[in-house]
Design a protein around this ligand. Structure first.
Ligand code: FE
Length: 223
């Protein structure tokens, strides 16, 4: 399956039906049941005083924002400093990413899409919430929300502006629709002011949203 099959411009949008029909029947049924079971378990445990829902939220947030996306950040930082790794990532993201130790469920068929001055990439799953778990961890709530999934395709520039990302008028926005088979990772541009930083310091600039396309890399925040 080539790049072009999942490529969508600003205006036109098609969904590769077959993959999603399959995914909805299987994966999503399971996830729905899993959600219900988790919710039931959480309620019982909280009622009995075994867990503190706030502590649980903090734990989930840690996985959403810190641990998970750090894997992707290391991939991006490596691509910024190592030209041959960058070429490998753009040619065969699954293999390049696996070489750093990140592989597994929901990351079997990765495609990396590079931002340039002329083109900005943003990732969505229009029908559900396909997301590259091994490099980004758990999807944020907004990624799974119906408004994001519907609107980012129709009016990507407006949606990105709501995330605080105002792109120059001359930068085209390309929206990539994830499927059960292909998961996208945005390769943001290395920001100015990062010359001389080593890989680890660079990785600290890479935010989760910059790898979804709803943000840009930024200087690391304090602890
Ligand atoms: Fe999906």
């Amino acid at each position: 399956m080539g790049h072009g099959d999942h490529r969508h411009g600003d205006d036109e949008h098609e969904h590769p039906h077959g993959h999603h029909a399959h995914e909805q029947e299987h994966e999503h049924g399971e996830l729905g049941l899993m959600d219900l079971r988790v919710r039931a378990l959480e309620t019982v445990l909280a009622e009995k005083g075994y867990i503190d829902p706030a502590a649980l939220d903090a734990l989930i947030e840690t996985y959403e924002k810190r641990i998970g996306p750090r894997n992707g950040a290391r991939v991006v930082a490596r691509a910024w400093i190592d030209g041959s790794f960058r070429r490998w990532l753009l040619e065969d993201a699954t293999a390049a990413i696996a070489s750093l130790g990140y592989s597994g469920r929901q990351g079997e068929h990765m495609v990396a899409v590079p931002n340039t001055a002329r083109e900005h990439n943003v990732v969505v799953c229009t029908l559900c919430s396909c997301y590259p778990w091994p490099v980004l961890g758990l999807p944020p709530t907004w990624y799974k929300s119906a408004p994001y999934r519907a609107r980012v395709v129709r009016e990507p520039r407006a949606v990105l502006a709501e995330f605080g990302l105002e792109l120059p008028a001359g930068t085209a926005i390309r929206v990539w629709d994830s499927t059960a088979e292909v998961r996208y990772l945005v390769l943001p541009e290395r920001p100015p002011g990062t010359e001389g930083l080593d890989e680890e310091a660079l990785a600290a600039w890479v935010t989760r949203d910059s790898m979804i396309g709803t943000g840009l890399p930024r200087p690391p925040q304090g602890p």
